[in-house]
Design a binder for this molecule. Structure first.
Ligand code: FAD
Length: 455
């Protein structure tokens, strides 16, 4: 393989390069692949040059944004990683409330930029997550019940197709591609710019409460009541986790399993205080960190629970409802968590997410009440550990299956095969995605993803 790429201005990192060991890695420490080259782009034209080079040489290609996807598709065994993580340009159009963002930005960086204008769009719960893969799969975040998923706020994109053409996708240009990019993942090309609709967001009423896990059943039933009455401004998640040894956690709960309600009320602060009062009085919680806070503080509040490089195995689904039987199963299996790093998330959906017509974008399952994510995390890659933690997640997933819709959020999928990718979209949307894929990437050049195979 030649060590240069004509016209490439960024950094080429091969196995002999000092940074190779870190450059080949992604957020999920379970992924251990050795690309032949990481092409760390300095510009969109670098991405085009790297793509042409990899195609010419016949190497498989991975596209990298924030490298957070748990399946590890941002790196590739024996292929070329087109690494866009250094492309961090951001332009704001304050008047039209638009952000033009390059694909290497993380949510922390994008939020920091848009908040200088008192604006934001729906973004990730962990600030180190990349905007790129996140947006292309849908984008669940604290503003979604008020303003829709991130993909719903993407109003345009610039992209390099498999044959190196630069195209724009928006409502009036290549509308089929624009439809597919909003949910269809990285299947269609390399996105070099995302255009987002922004919204005024100042302080939010947010934070979390924690309860001992022995109260989990009662807290889940309370959560069920809360979501029935929740206005669009309120987005909530219930999480099983281990309480950190932090000063705000009472000594007797530190290092112990707890159940938390995490939330964001994006609206009038006094009204937010009123709406969440039942959460503050229920129990009462052992930890109450609910209050007014800057949006960026909420966006990074959970970062400590998601460090890079640990072993990660996730099983996700959408819950059709939260019956007593489903609650009992969640409590039973979540309480058997094998690692203090593992978590279980129940993310309340609905609101503006559910009001987008089915089929209007490639994001499916908009009628789901809740996204369940069983997140097994542990430090050591020994066989015994892998077996114990993956078994916990699989058994939980199997037990809860009768209470799920059968669908899944594509961005929470691991390497689970074609059937699960189809389940993420449903038959109709999947068939339409195949058509767009066949038009823009007939040779399946972009296949390190939750792959939609061309005809
Ligand atoms: C700690 C953590 C927290 C998370 N929190 C949330 C959350 O709150 N809400 C939520 O919805 N999801 C969440 N996720 C899931 C997240 O949406 C996915 O992991 C997503 O893939 C992250 O995007 P990325 O750019 O960091 O990923 P990457 O791994 O870099 O990319 C994922 C895939 O997207 C495609 N891709 C990336 N960049 C481009 C590009 N420029 N052009 C074309 N294709 C591209 C490629 O196929 C690539 O394999 C979280 C994940 C983690 C690990």
């Amino acid at each position: 393989m030649s060590k240069t790429i004509a016209g490439f201005q960024g950094t080429l990192i091969g196995p002999a390069h000092a940074e190779y060991e870190t450059a080949r890695r992604v957020w999920n420490g379970m992924i251990d692949r050795r690309p032949v080259l990481v092409a760390r782009c300095a510009s969109a034209s670098d991405a085009r040059a790297a793509l042409a080079f990899a195609r010419r040489e016949g190497w498989p290609i991975a596209i990298r944004g924030g490298a957070h996807n748990v399946a590890g598709n941002a790196t590739v065994e024996g292929g070329v990683v087109i690494d866009l993580s250094r492309l961090k340009g951001l332009q704001l159009d304050r008047e039209r409330r638009l952000a033009m963002a390059e694909p290497g930005l993380t949510w922390g960086e994008l939020d920091a930029g848009t908040q200088t204008a008192g604006l934001a769009t729906t973004g990730g719960l962990i600030s180190t997550t990349g905007i790129a893969g996140f947006t292309l799969g849908g984008g669940i975040g604290w503003l979604m019940r008020k303003h829709g998923l991130t993909a719903d706020n993407m109003v345009g994109a610039e992209m390099i197709t498999a044959d190196g053409e630069q195209v724009r996708a928006c409502e009036n240009e290549n509308p089929d591609l624009f439809w597919a990019l909003r949910g269809g993942g990285g299947n269609f090309g390399i996105v070099t710019r995302f255009d987002y609709q922004l919204h005024p967001v100042g302080q939010v009423f947010g934070g979390l409460t924690m309860y001992p896990v022995t109260r989990a059943g009662a807290v889940l039933r309370h959560f069920r009541e809360l979501i029935e009455a929740a206005p669009d401004e309120l987005t909530m998640m219930l999480a099983f986790l281990t309480a950190p040894p932090a000063p705000f956690v009472p000594a007797h709960l530190q290092g112990k399993p707890v159940v938390a309600i995490v939330l964001c009320y994006a609206g009038d602060l006094q009204e937010g205080e009123r709406v969440v009062r039942p959460i503050k009085t229920f129990g009462p919680p052992a930890v109450d960190l609910l209050g007014p806070m800057p949006y960026v503080a909420l966006q990074s509040m959970l970062d400590a629970g998601a460090p890079a490089g640990l072993q990660n195995y996730w099983k996700a689904s959408y819950l059709a409802g939260l019956s007593d039987a489903a609650i009992d199963l969640v409590v039973e299996h979540a309480s058997r968590m094998r690692s203090p790093l593992s978590q279980v998330h129940l993310q309340h959906m609905g609101g503006a997410v559910g009001r987008v017509a089915p089929g209007a974008t490639a994001v499916s399952h908009r009628d789901a009440l809740m996204a369940l994510n069983i997140v097994a995390i542990w430090p050591s890659p020994t066989e015994a550990e892998i077996e114990a933690h993956t078994r916990w997640a699989r058994e939980f997933d199997q037990a809860i299956a009768p209470h799920t819709t059968g669908g899944v959020y594509v961005n929470f999928l691991g390497n689970e095969g074609e059937e699960r990718v189809r389940a993420a979209y449903g038959q109709k949307t999947y068939a339409r995605l195949v058509e767009v894929k066949t038009k823009y990437d007939p040779d399946n050049v972009f296949r390190m993803n939750q792959n939609i195979r061309p005809r």
